[in-house]
Design a protein around this ligand. Structure first.
Ligand code: BES
Ligand code: MN
Ligand code: ZN
Length: 500
């Protein structure tokens, strides 16, 4: 999508292809949301009854188109449902609005322009609408040779107060966030043939430099020389060698330093512990964590909070070959700990361990890692909820709260100390797998061993939400979702405000 224009004029006078309004599902049918008044007036107060006759209920993801037949400049009204909406001003309400804006934007693909007359009573509400629009108007058709339907092109956000400075600032932030989420989606959606570690590192470098970030890339030679046994071990079976990308954002007068670490397995075949074909099919999404931290850092550089941020993206391709690491191999991680690799498919924790240890050299106040780490997290929380694990229960709650305000579903999981012994190895310091009970927690406990001493750390297991196998909904397309980008930006904003 090209650009968002703000207008305090009535949507009925705008020369656009459609005007979007919101409807909630009330006790007796659909109820118009704030913003729809001028449109209802143009319909002489008949809009609710018209929608009722068209079968509208106002439930989430419902999109009903009503021809305007000259009652206003635009030829069609698009009514989008928000469900039985939560109380105004709550994160749940804003998320309902965000999803509705996304559903409308998706329904308008192939349309050039639209005005969104949804509730924008506060700057945060306006930002939610803009995020929903940008995320809903996403399409990935770089690999289609025919004429793909183009996404909605131009959007006008209408509302009485939208010209206020606070709204403009919130919209600018929402545009940076929306662009970042879509960028992460593009990376996840790209075929692994094209997005291998070096290619991913190269685009990250290009974009990082353009955003005035400091960029460092360790290639396979420097990784081997530096003793990054996890990245080398996982990457050694592939013709596409590993990379560790470090991006740093350093504003003046930053009081705190946040490190972000992302799992960047550009394809996870499982290695010699090969995955069955069905589980392998979506494994191009296994760099979703790295995509989120790189994209979020680019957005942060644009939003420019007074917090130093360093992002590590640990990139490797996990393949089986004559050079691949074997189950029972022992590798030495960055920093010297040894790991017995009992299952080469538990590779994410190996590349993350190197990056976590390395991040200690930056003396961070907080580390957040993001990874499509375990199928067990999907079993526990389903496909739409990410797990939060931490060495600090209070931090876990604050991250949960940040995620909720950002509109991402996450839930705290424990790291029970008694599970740690399942990772005991007969030959090395630790093994990379335990048993299947509480697999997400065991993976978290493994990572915890590599977190620099005394540093608060949160681990986000995004294995479920990173990739949407099913039909699109709200602002979420099929395929890569860009999950965790919004939460990471929110966490850094919260740190800047002294809230986290
Ligand atoms: N990348 C997978 C986890 C995953 C599963 C991500 C489903 C997205 C959707 C990870 O590397 C993996 O293979 N984990 C194993 C760990 C096991 C061998 C201990 C798993 O979950 O089966
Ligand atoms: Mn794996
Ligand atoms: Zn993996």
């Amino acid at each position: 999508m090209s650009a968002i224009t703000l207008s305090s004029a009535s949507p009925t006078g705008l020369k656009v292809d459609a005007v979007v309004i919101g409807i909630a599902s009330g006790d007796d049918g659909p109820a118009l949301l704030a913003g729809a008044e001028p449109v209802d007036k143009a319909f002489k107060g008949t809009l609710t009854e018209t929608l009722r006759q068209l079968g509208a209920s106002g439930k989430a993801d419902e999109v009903i188109k009503v021809p305007a037949l000259g009652k206003m400049k635009a030829p069609v009204v698009v009514a989008v449902g928000v469900g039985s909406s939560a109380a105004d001003g709550t994160p749940a309400h804003r998320e309902a609005i965000r999803r509705a804006a996304g559903a409308a934007a998706r329904a308008l693909s192939g349309t050039k322009s639209a005005a969104f007359a949804l509730p924008v009573g506060s700057a945060e509400d306006a930002a939610a609408v803009v995020e929903g629009v940008l995320l809903g108007a996403y399409s990935f058709d770089a690999y289609k040779s025919g004429d793909a339907t183009p996404p909605l092109e131009a959007v006008t956000l209408v509302g009485a107060g939208v010209k206020a400075k606070a709204v403009k600032d919130a919209v600018t932030r929402a545009e940076a966030v929306g662009t970042a989420v879509n960028r992460a989606r593009d990376w996840v959606n790209m075929p692994p043939r094209d997005l291998f570690p070096k290619a991913f590192a190269d685009t990250s470098t290009k974009l990082g430099k353009a955003a005035k970030l400091n960029v460092e890339v360790l290639d396979e030679k420097s990784l081997a020389k530096g003793g990054y046994g996890g990245l080398i071990g996982v990457g050694q079976g592939s013709a596409n060698p590993p990379r560790l990308v470090r991006l740093s954002y350093r504003p003046t007068r930053a009081k705190k330093h946040v490190v972000l670490v992302g799992k960047g397995i550009t394809f996870d075949s499982g290695g010699l512990s090969l995955k069955p074909s069905d589980s392998m099919a979506t494994m191009k999404c296994d760099m979703g964590g790295a995509a989120a931290v790189v994209a979020a850092t680019l957005a942060i550089a644009e939003i420019a909070p007074k917090v130093a941020v360093t992002a590590y993206a640990a990139m490797a391709e996990n393949m089986p070959s004559g050079d691949a690491q074997r189950p029972s191999d022992v590798i030495t991680m960055y920093g010297g700990k040894t790991v017995e690799v009992l299952n080469t498919d538990a590779e994410g924790r190996l590349v993350l361990a190197d990056a976590l240890v390395r991040s200690g050299e930056d003396e961070p106040d907080l580390i957040v890692d993001v990874a499509t780490l375990t199928g067990a997290a999907v079993v526990a929380l389903g496909p739409r909820v990410s797990g939060i694990m931490s060495n600090d229960d209070d931090l876990s709650e604050r991250v949960h709260d940040a995620a909720e305000r950002a509109g991402e579903q996450m839930w705290p999981l424990p790291l029970p100390p008694e599970l740690r012994e399942k990772l005991d190895s007969a030959v090395a310091d630790i093994a990379n797998i335990g048993d299947r009970n509480g697999g997400a927690l065991q993976a978290g406990l493994f990572l915890k061993e590599f977190v620099p001493e005394g540093v608060p750390w949160a681990h986000l297991d995004i294995a479920g939400p990173a990739f949407n196998d099913s039909a699109p909904y709200g602002y979420t397309p099929k395929g890569g979702t860009g999950t965790a980008v919004r939460t990471l930006v929110q966490i850094v904003d919260d740190v800047a405000e002294g809230r986290l």
